[in-house]
Write a protein that binds this ligand. Structure first.
Ligand SMILES: Nc1ncnc2c1ncn2[C@@H]1O[C@H](COP(=O)(O)OP(=O)(O)OP(=O)(O)O)[C@@H](O)[C@H]1O
Ligand SMILES: [Mg+2]
Length: 254
């Protein structure tokens, strides 16, 4: 049974897509079979991976609505399959709202029907807590929460944790915080250090040991459609994402 992980934070630009893509690639580099789903209407993961021309019918919308599963195979590395977000994705949220009863569990149903022996299924979510986010966590109940250290992000993260608590009660009992990941750290600044201390107090053991630093290399690699773990495996950014990936593996279901 695949471990299913949703990368989620309702705040925009905190490193969700960067994290989902780098962890997915790093897992595949370790020989795991990985499926990455782009569930964000912005389609950033799809663009990041150069699948923008994949205007096929077989994107995340077809998977959620009809259970059609036809991923793009071996993207960037062997063992990484991707379900891109297509141009039709924008309508998905609204279509799901029309079905209040089964709407939240449509993706879960679709993933349960997949026969292929994935080790990990990762979902990149958009910066909202709507019906797609609900589908993501109902289907992928281990939730990885990137938090941007540069800003006072604790309040938003607490809102998210409360939302996840409600979803656990109302929709999917398996929902849990896999880990909180500090991103955009800058060792030279005092505020992020204080933020990190606050996050430790608030999230305790949920906080990952790994911290992702703000890095031009990560951003520049992304701009060229290359996750840092592939573009420059010896860089600090790559080492941080490799270390996060080890933590993700180690935090597997007990
Ligand atoms: N550690 C980092 N250092 C520098 N730049 C980064 C880092 N991580 C991500 N970025 C850049 O910051 C921007 C936002 O990152 P990303 O797209 O991963 O965030 P997101 O949370 O997915 O955003 P959205 O909420 O819009 O989906 C991107 O341009 C990305 O390349
Ligand atoms: Mg994103």
């Amino acid at each position: 049974m695949a471990r299913r992980i949703a990368v989620l934070n309702q705040k925009g630009g905190v490193g969700k897509t960067t994290t989902a893509v780098n962890v997915a690639v790093a897992l595949a580099q370790m020989g795991k079979r990985v499926l990455l789903l782009d569930l964000d209407a912005q389609r950033n993961a799809t663009q990041f991976l150069g699948l923008d021309e994949a205007e096929s019918k077989n994107g995340a919308d077809a998977l959620v609505l009809d259970g059609t599963f036809a991923p793009v195979r071996s993207v960037l590395v062997p063992g990484l399959d991707v379900v891109p977000a297509t141009a039709q994705h924008a309508l998905l949220e609204r279509r799901l709202f029309g079905d209040a009863v089964s709407g939240p569990k449509k993706l879960k149903k679709a993933l349960n029907a997949i026969q292929e022996p994935y080790d990990f299924i990762l979902t990149d979510c958009g910066p909202t807590l709507g019906m797609l986010a609900l589908n993501a966590v109902a289907a992928c109940p281990e939730v990885l929460i990137p938090i941007e250290l540069a800003h006072a992000a604790t309040v938003g993260a607490l809102t998210l944790r409360k939302w996840l608590d409600d979803v656990r009660v109302d929709v999917e009992p398996l929902v849990r915080v896999l880990g909180v990941l500090p991103t955009f750290a800058d060792d030279r600044e005092r505020t992020p250090r204080e933020m990190l201390a606050t996050l430790r107090t608030v999230f305790g053991a949920d906080l990952f040991e790994t911290v992702i630093h703000a890095s031009a290399a990560i951003r520049d690699a992304a701009g060229q459609g290359r996750p840092i773990v592939l573009a420059d495996p010896q860089s600090r950014g790559a080492a941080e994402y490799q270390s996060l990936t080890q933590e993700v593996i180690a935090r597997g279901n007990p």
